[in-house]
Design a protein. Sequence first.
Length: 269
Amino acid sequence: MAKKIILITGGSSGIGRATGNYLKSKGHTIYGTTRSLAKYPDFNDFPLLEMDVTKSETISVAVETLIDREGQIDVLVNNAGVGITGPVEEIPEEEIEKHFQTNYFGALRVIKAVLPQMRKQRSGLIINTTSIAGYMGLPFRGIYSAGKAALEVTTEALRMETKSFGIKITNLAPGDYATNIAGGRYHAPVIKGSDYEATYKMSLNLMDAHVDEGGDPEEVGVLVEKIMNTKSPKIHYKSGAFMQKVSVLLKRFLPDKIFEKLLLNHYKL
């Protein structure tokens, strides 16, 4: 496979960093992004560009810098994102809006920034990193599920809108991986005396355990390479533990209330 110029948003840690290092080992040119270069003075895995996906001007500068250096952009791995947990009733509205500004609108801003170059090239691949959580409403992760679901569906439309330009767009939905995402999440506080106190606290502990027991995030990089080598990528890809991937099939084929019962049992609710 010919060497590709790849931009990975959120490339300074977690799945983004692991993916970048894996693809770099395969001979590709990698650029990652981070909101603050000052926080990574010793980062030398691959070049980092400063980009805050909630600020359009920083996106434009980062994309223009990459194109000025390399003359093209072959692949965007739209990976930057944040987590959020809490009872929907108790999450402050401003935190919900902030979350969507990063996980949904932020992803769209980056897509819009790279599409003009990809249309000019008449080629390009965009891989939107969503989540298996985007296929179902998970208790105390409802806002996170909603943002990822919105990106999944928007990707379906974008594929059709850009197909005539030679651009390929797909979703990659990871399950739980051993990264620092739990530490970077916005956690609505467990409110003492709240009707949600016991169930939310128990679910938080369960979520953190799932991340701690998650797989090697390099698996995502392996799948990204597979997608890059695919002439006609599928609309949806999933990565993660077997049961997490199977849960998407169960959601599709089981009656709604039976699937809901499985989730209630899993989260001990």
